[in-house]
Design a binder for this molecule. Structure first.
Ligand code: F0G
Length: 376
């Protein structure tokens, strides 16, 4: 069965990296709201591998999706369903990327969109996108968890279609990150797939993708999921530490605003994903995140702060000996470098080992010559 399905998936139209898997995502739907999305590059960079301490490291760059994050993979499916179900308006709570993505897809579908974002905690690029794509952007005096509570109420009381990752169609679309990654390498699975975790929707989607891939015979070996949280926003990592005995909630704070989430909405499904894949959840400090980001950025690849948590997490597990030097590791870079220019600027103009601050000069060749010498 696996062989035939692999062949079918490898030969279908690949215009969209999501809808190429439509039989396993949302079957028999000919009217899709698609950008198109997916088909993101899987790349290797020696400097990033060396930094993490592993020889076989692939970066799957989901920041190369049309609105600059992996959210587009889920949003194409959720908005397609919203249209199919006759929704008159769509809404989401967001730390930024979901709102940017929903705004773009709702605009394409001709649906009004409401997005709820936490005041002062959304990266400039993301907020600009939501406004530019035409969503009604509501700045909520509260954190992401408060925004989600409000969005849920609005969903049930005002009949607005909710497009957060609690929406099952979002997760269906996000499964394709994993499948596309494996299809690219002839349906061989890496030993580890590392990803940043906030509301843990993506962790849940990865668990489902791997469960289905194994059941359908697409892969023989199931990779272990490594979910990485920021230490100031690590309820899921704390839960993992005590065997997920109870659901943990915290007040979240981190430079990686995309994953600044204290009460992960997809907790139960993500617990299942970690258990089934013999996965691991760790937390890394903001300093570790920003240093890993600086290495990824300087390799010419670039990503937003939250994305770099994946590489920082691999480095931590490698140092503990849990990941071997020759293990095959895939890190998901979830968002584009340009999403959060302020975090990058602050890092490079601050006191950091890898800072690369701009230099002010007089418009003279001698000045440039002086600088050029320092580069050699
Ligand atoms: N990386 C980025 C760049 C994100 O934007 C998010 C989530 C995550 C990782 C974590 O994924 O929540 O499924 O565990 N951003 C959401 C948003 C919360 O509103 O854009 P998760």
């Amino acid at each position: 069965m696996g062989q035939a399905l692999r062949q079918l998936l490898d030969t279908t139209d690949r215009t969209s990296g999501v809808w190429r898997f439509s039989t396993l995502v949302m079957p028999a739907n000919d009217k899709v709201v698609s950008w198109p999305e997916g088909n993101t590059p899987a790349i290797t960079r020696a400097a990033v591998s060396a930094y993490a301490g592993v020889n076989n490291l692939v970066l799957k760059h989901e920041g190369m999706n049309p609105t600059g994050s992996f959210k587009d993979r889920g949003m194409t499916v959720a908005v397609t369903h919203a249209v199919r179900a006759g929704a008159t308006a769509v809404a989401c709570a967001s730390t930024g990327n979901t709102s940017a993505s929903l705004a773009a897809y709702a605009s394409q579908a001709g649906l009004p969109a409401l997005v709820f974002v936490p005041k002062g905690k959304v990266a400039t690029g993301k907020l600009a996108q939501a406004m530019a794509y035409g969503a009604r952007t509501l700045i909520v005096d509260g954190d992401f968890d408060a925004c989600l509570a409000l969005a849920r109420e609005v969903g049930s009381e005002l009949g607005v279609y909710l497009a957060n990752s609690v929406n099952p169609w979002r997760l269906e679309g996000q499964k394709t990150i994993v499948w596309e990654l494996m299809a690219e390498v002839g349906w061989t699975a890496p030993d580890w797939i590392a990803l940043p975790a906030g509301a843990v929707g993506n962790t849940s989607a990865f668990g489902k993708a791997l469960r289905e891939a194994k059941a359908l015979g697409l892969i023989d070996q199931v990779p272990r999921i490594l979910a990485v949280q920021a230490s100031g926003a690590a309820p899921f990592a704390q839960g993992f530490e005590n065997g997920f005995a109870e659901r943990v909630k915290v007040h979240a704070e981190t430079v990686a605003t995309a994953i600044r989430i204290g009460d992960p909405a997809s907790w139960d499904r993500a617990v299942r994903a970690i258990r089934e894949t013999h996965g691991v959840v760790v937390s890394v400090t903001d300093a570790e995140i920003m240093e890993a980001k600086a290495v990824i950025d300087a390799s010419g690849v670039g990503c937003e702060p939250a994305s770099a948590a994946s590489v920082a997490g691999v480095k931590v597990l490698r140092a503990r000996g849990m990941i071997g030097a020759d293990d095959r590791v895939a890190c998901i870079l979830t968002g584009h470098l340009l999403k959060d220019p302020d975090a990058t600027h602050t890092f490079h103009t601050g006191q950091n080992r890898l800072a690369n601050a701009p230099v002010a000069i007089e418009p003279k060749v001698s000045e440039v010559e002086r600088i050029l010498k320092t580069l050699r």
